[in-house]
Structure formats: C-alpha cells, structure tokens
Design a protein around this ligand. Sequence first.
Ligand SMILES: CC(C)(COP(=O)(O)OP(=O)(O)OC[C@H]1O[C@@H](n2cnc3c(N)ncnc32)[C@H](O)[C@@H]1OP(=O)(O)O)[C@@H](O)C(=O)NCCC(=O)NCCS
Length: 164
Amino acid sequence: MDEAKVRIATDADWPAIWPIVEAVVRAGETYTWPRDLSEADARRLWMAAAPGRVLVAMDGDTVLGSAKITPNQMGPGAHVANGSFMVGPAARGRGVGRLLGQAALEHARQAGFRAMQFNAVVEVNVTAVTLWRSLGFDIIGTVPEAFDHPTAGLVGLHVMHRKL
Ligand SMILES: CC(C)(COP(=O)(O)OP(=O)(O)OC[C@H]1O[C@@H](n2cnc3c(N)ncnc32)[C@H](O)[C@@H]1OP(=O)(O)O)[C@@H](O)C(=O)NCCC(=O)NCCS
C-alpha cells in the first residue's frame, strides 16, 4: 500500500473512524465488544487518552483504518503495550493493517514500551493471526472457547506477544 500514510489521530478524526469501528463491532466476529455498542461508548473505548495513542491510516483525506496503543496493565505492568486495530471493510487486504501494525510497533518502541501484547485475538480470524505472526508476534496461549463467534460458534482467544 504505497499511497497510505499513518499519522496520530485527533478528536476531529472520530466521525471518520466511527463507521470503521461500527462495521467491526456490528459484525461481532473479531472483538469482545457488545454488538450493539453505542457511538458514545465506542468513542470512549477507542479514543484513548494519554498515555494512550490513536493512529489513523490515511489515503489523502480518507481514513482507511485506525490503531490504538495503550498500556496493557497499570503500574508495574505498564511497560507492556496493548494494541488494537481496525481497517474499514472496503480497504482490507491492501496492506493497511500491516502498515498500521508496523507504525504501532514503532510508536510503542519510541514511547518506551518493552513489548506489545494482544489479549484476545479470535483464533478463526486468520487474517489477523497471519498478520501478527508475520510481524513477529508469538501465540503465548489460547483461552479455549472464550469467544462466541456468529458462525464458528465457541472458539479460542489467543494471547499474542512480541518484545520490542
Ligand atoms: C485484521 C485487519 C486489521 C488486517 O488489516 P488488512 O488491511 O485487511 O490487512 P493487510 O491487507 O495489511 O494484510 C496483512 C496480512 O494479512 C494476511 N492476510 C490478509 N488477508 C488474508 C486472508 N484473507 N487470509 C489469510 N491471510 C490474510 C497476509 O499475511 C497479509 O500480508 P501480505 O499480503 O503482506 O502477505 C483487518 O482485516 C480488520 O480490521 N479486520 C477486522 C477487525 C480485526 O480483526 N482487527 C484485529 C483484531 S486482532
């Protein structure tokens, strides 16, 4: 994906991020968020305040996808970052997720995090699992039957991790 560029998001980006988040949560296939999540709650969950950071992948003025980086735990666990990623359905499969993943790793590294962890990667989300493995993440373990997928039924949630 040559033309897309990643930058830090501001509050003014939310109206363009919301349709992407809405598509992902309504599908209910990849996030442990309520499928009927309101826009206000989605905004609170996604637009993380500092030290969290939100990124957007842009094609000109169009938001193609977004990433959120926050500490995965508080206090003595705050040196491990958590990352969340969503790409709009029409923009998937063109390298936007990879671009956001690379940018998130770089931002986390620069912010002083020592590692990045994903707490709940749905095991049948082949695109995500393949992408994260190719970016150096290992599957630490899988919580069995922890996700109720709309078509696959009860499937596992991977914890994925890589050092920075
Ligand atoms: C997961 C997601 C962020 C990936 O973004 P994307 O822009 O679609 O992914 P990319 O085009 O960058 O593809 C990245 C890699 O995924 C893999 N991939 C993409 N589509 C795939 C498919 N259909 N099957 C298997 N692997 C696939 C490939 O390894 C690809 O890398 P390569 O083409 O350079 O080899 C995006 O699909 C998405 O938002 N999905 C819904 C929400 C979600 O699952 N978020 C992540 C939760 S952990």
